[in-house]
Each structure stands twice: as C-alpha cells, then as structure tokens.
Ligand binder design. Sequence first.
Ligand SMILES: Nc1ncnc2c1ncn2[C@@H]1O[C@H](COP(=O)(O)OP(=O)(O)O)[C@@H](O)[C@H]1O
Ligand SMILES: [Mg+2]
Length: 238
Amino acid sequence: MLELRNARIGYGPVTVVEDLSLQVGDGEAVFLIGPNGAGKSTTLRGISGLNRLESGSLIWDGDDVTRLPANRRAARGIAVVPEGRHVFPQLSVQENLEVAARAVDRTDVASRTDEVYDLFPRLRERRQSFAGLLSGGEQQMLAIGRALAQRPRLLIIDELSLGLAPVIYQQVGETVRQLAATGLSVLLVEQNARLAMRICSRGYLLAHGEVVLSGTVEELEQTDQMRDLYLGGLGKVG
Ligand SMILES: Nc1ncnc2c1ncn2[C@@H]1O[C@H](COP(=O)(O)OP(=O)(O)O)[C@@H](O)[C@H]1O
Ligand SMILES: [Mg+2]
C-alpha cells in the first residue's frame, strides 16, 4: 500500500538517506530499526511529507504522492506519531484529540475521540488534564490517540518505547499489536528490537541511511546483526 522507491532525503545540502526503498502492505505491520543517526526519523519525514524527496518517489494506495504536501497525505490516511510525542502541553487531553481529529476531517469528531478513549481508557479518565501534566506513558497513549483520531489507514510511530518503563511500553505496544491485527497498517521505528519483532511481522535494518538487511521476523532472527540488536534490546529490558 505504501512504497518508497529509491528515496534521497536530507536537510538542505545534507543528504541523510540515499537510494532507500521500503514497502508496507495493506494491513501489514513493519518495523524500521537501526542505530541512532541511521536516518530512521528522516525516512519517516520523507513519508509524511515534512521533508521532500530530493529524488525517488512515494506511492500510496496506487497513486504517486511524491509532491503531495504533508496535510494532504494526512487527509489520505497517513498518520504520524512523532519522536518525543509532541503533545500540546497547554491543551487538555480532550482538546489534543479534537484538534487532531478536526485537522483531517471536521465531521464525526466525537465518535473518533470516543474510539480513542475505548482503546486507552486511561485517557478517558484524564480527559480534562493538561497534556503537559501526563506521565510519559500517558503522553505516548495521547500521541498515538491523536494519530488514530484521524482514522488513518497507516499508523507511523517514531520510537514507541523511548523513555518509557518496560511495563508501560509493553502495554502500549500490545495495543498497537492488536490494532495491526485488526488490519491497520503500521510502520514502527523502534530501538527495542524485541518489542519491534513482537508487534511486527517484517522489518528493515537501517544503517547510515541505507537498508542493510530486511525480511520477515523469522528470517531476521537468524541473522547475527539482528541477534546483536535483540540482545541489546534484552539488555535494555534488564
Ligand atoms: N534538522 C536537521 N538538520 C540537519 N541534519 C539533521 C536534522 N535532523 C537530523 N539530521 C541529521 O540526520 C541524520 C539522521 O538523523 P535521524 O533521521 O534523526 O536518525 P535516527 O532517527 O535514525 O536516529 C543525523 O546525522 C542527524 O544529525
Ligand atoms: Mg529518530
């Protein structure tokens, strides 16, 4: 459903990602993993439209959307949870969800926020709280909830577990796994390889802006590179 072809993405004169290709199928959950600075967030920015593709193309649902601005891509069903969540701290949980829901489509806002509350009951309890006062885990739920309030077809999450305690990211990760199981497409950037492999069925390993390895979880588990990352992930879980 999503196909990034031979993409070059960077910042002004700086090229970060060179000739990168990846695909996410309809209803598929795919991870993108790799060391800090590998270009994972930059790749996501190219997909969401925050950075333009300097070369290559992006195909979405059969259409070439390479030149489509970010808001139009969002309206067509690509939703992003940015690294570091970036919820609006001075707005309530409810307002955060409403702003996100309205940004894409002004109808049906109440039922879309309700869907998010059904998925994350903790957010319903805290609906009147300032988002800035939430715990890290609650902010991640809200950031994911904001993306889901757009009723996307593809949910992109940049660093789900970052800064969260294992018990919390396991729980949030399980919710994402269930969403993927119901047919939502997911592209997950994640430092914790073990978590990524639990949520997704397939993935890409990125280093220095290039795909160095890709395959199904079963295939990747057999590789030394993935085993190292896997052990690194286990180390982090402690
Ligand atoms: N706004 C920016 N301007 C210039 N260079 C950037 C910017 N953001 C990231 N970079 C550079 O792009 C490279 C990849 O960054 P990033 O995509 O954030 O990696 P990752 O998400 O894999 O950690 C890094 O070398 C980083 O310094
Ligand atoms: Mg990043």
